[in-house]
Design a protein around this ligand. Structure first.
Ligand code: F6R
Length: 249
């Protein structure tokens, strides 16, 4: 684990990571970004937009996608990423890649073919998933179709009319796929994530908590609010970024 930042707000977390991504994109415009969805990561896209970061030369690899939703459904991850990254940050639609439910195994090869993911954005599920790698996922797993845990369907019901409308299946980059990215960035907010965050960062490395695989990666940045950090006991935290965060933005 390289760095754990505990910040005062979601906005500050998004700002911190957007600054880092902005700097990378200025140095390497053709960056390969691993793109997560969900409310934790949304703050990064919003701040990238505020900071005027242009992803016009970048390539985006989605972390996961539901199976069974039409592509044009507003909650398909293609639609979400099109709204948040293509329409807003200028990523060309032709360079947004999503795993194909019919041929999930090809996605790892697609990623390799384009040179691998430079920076992978991640959220964490309340039971410790990354991507849609639910508890029990092999830490060496590759992109594949999976069954969503009931807890994940309940957590994601807020994006749908009801929990029944949340798909039961998805295709996700595997834990092993995620670990191949050169740099990982995980954001988590709120007390509902505290247990999963503590298990992931301070617990044993185990398939029962797929996010614990982050401990195996040499370049991970974790950004938490105080509630999500509430269960941590040992992890060394970085000095607060409060002095540099422009609070009056
Ligand atoms: C989304 C994804 C999930 C979410 C996680 C946290 O692409 O892969 O792992 O990152 O479920 O979701 P939020 O941020 O909505 O709590």
């Amino acid at each position: 684990m390289t760095a754990v930042h505990v910040v005062g707000s979601r906005r500050e977390a998004g700002w911190l990571i957007a600054e880092q991504i902005g700097e990378l994109v200025r140095r390497v415009p053709k960056i390969n970004l691993g793109l997560a969805t969900g409310s934790s990561i949304e703050t990064v896209y919003t701040e990238l937009d505020r900071q005027g970061v242009d992803l016009g030369k970048a390539r985006g690899f989605a972390l996961d996608e539901y199976i069974g939703l039409p592509e044009a459904h507003p909650q398909s991850y293609r639609s979400v990423l099109t709204r948040m990254v293509v329409d807003t940050l200028g990523l060309p639609a032709s360079r947004l890649m999503l795993p194909d439910a019919d041929h999930p195994e090809l996605f790892d090869r697609v990623i390799d073919r384009w040179g691998g993911v430079d920076l992978q954005l991640l959220g964490i599920g309340s039971e410790g998933h990354i991507g849609f790698n639910e508890a029990g996922s092999s830490l060496g797993s590759r992109t594949r179709a999976v069954t969503l845990a009931e807890s994940t369907r309940r957590d994601n019901a807020r994006f749908f009319e009801s929990v029944e409308k949340v798909p039961r299946l998805a295709v996700t980059q595997g834990v092993g796929t995620i670990l191949r990215a050169r740099r990982l960035v995980l954001l988590a907010f709120g007390a509902s994530k505290a247990e999963a965050v503590a298990a992931a960062l301070e617990g044993p490395i185990t398939a029962r908590v797929p996010a614990s695989a982050l401990q195996l990666h040499p370049d991970v940045t974790v950004v938490l609010d105080r509630l999500a950090a509430g269960g941590l006991q040992f992890v060394g935290r970085q000095p607060s970024t409060a002095s540099t965060f422009p609070r009056r933005l």
